[in-house]
Design a protein around this ligand. Structure first.
Ligand SMILES: C[S@@+](CC[C@H](N)C(=O)[O-])C[C@H]1O[C@@H](n2cnc3c(N)ncnc32)[C@H](O)[C@@H]1O
Length: 204
């Protein structure tokens, strides 16, 4: 059976079908706004960055908004016009965090996206732990670089760690949501955790 999202991605020039997961979530929750600073972690091959560029760099009511989009991945990928690519950069390494801070300068991030997936072993609980660990790295980073009121969206694989992770998100974000987009393969454990309204005064 042909995957309709693969076909649609080709037609719309998105680098992969993942674009539709972000489009679906953003259409509902409006986490990427014109002129904002967006960090896309685990960005290769780049379809989320394409969506972020489209939505953060926009003309609204005759005013032009130009956002700042930074895309990070351990793998190399073709740069996307309108975004800065940080390639061969592992988010779990301090040097990557420093590079991101350097690129941001005095700005803070309005939205942090992570569609990162570790290399899966096929052993469910190990893979669940690995992706949860990546989420904690992203959450820790968010405390350093998020703008008040900002949002965070992270891919996870459903399992026993999720409730605790949601509680951790709620320490610095007002709302947490567990989302399974229609465009996410229904037979996969993939879910997304969305934290909304970052509260800087809650950072310890
Ligand atoms: C599912 S893909 C992302 C797809 C992307 N959102 C898109 O729309 O094109 C997951 C990505 O996470 C990256 N990744 C995994 N671990 C990482 C890490 N520690 N630091 C940075 N990127 C990582 C992988 O290299 C891979 O490219």
């Amino acid at each position: 059976m042909k995957d309709p999202y693969v076909e649609k991605a080709k037609q719309m020039n998105y680098r992969c079908r993942s674009a539709f997961k972000l489009l679906e979530i953003d259409n509902k929750f409006h986490i990427i706004r014109p002129g904002e600073v967006i960090l896309d972690i685990g960005a290769a091959p780049g379809s989320w960055t394409q969506v972020a560029v489209e939505r953060a760099n926009l003309s609204v009511f005759n005013k032009k908004f130009k956002g700042v989009i930074i895309s990070v991945d351990v793998l190399p990928f073709e740069p996307i016009a309108g975004a800065t690519a940080l390639i061969r950069a592992d988010i779990t390494k301090l040097e990557t965090v420093e590079k991101i801070k350097g690129l941001l300068g005095p700005r803070l991030a309005n939205c942090i996206l992570s569609d990162m997936a570790p290399n899966a072993t096929g052993i469910k609980h190990l893979d669940h732990d690995s992706i949860t660990n990546l989420c904690y790295h992203v959450l820790k980073l968010s405390s350093l670089i998020s703008e008040d009121g900002g949002n965070i969206l992270m891919k996870a694989w459903d399992g026993g760690n999720i409730s605790k992770l949601e509680k951790e998100i709620l320490k610095t974000y007002e709302i947490v949501r567990r989302i399974k987009p229609k465009s996410s393969r229904q037979d996969s454990a993939e879910i997304y955790l969305l934290g909304q309204h970052f509260k800087r005064q809650h950072v310890l």
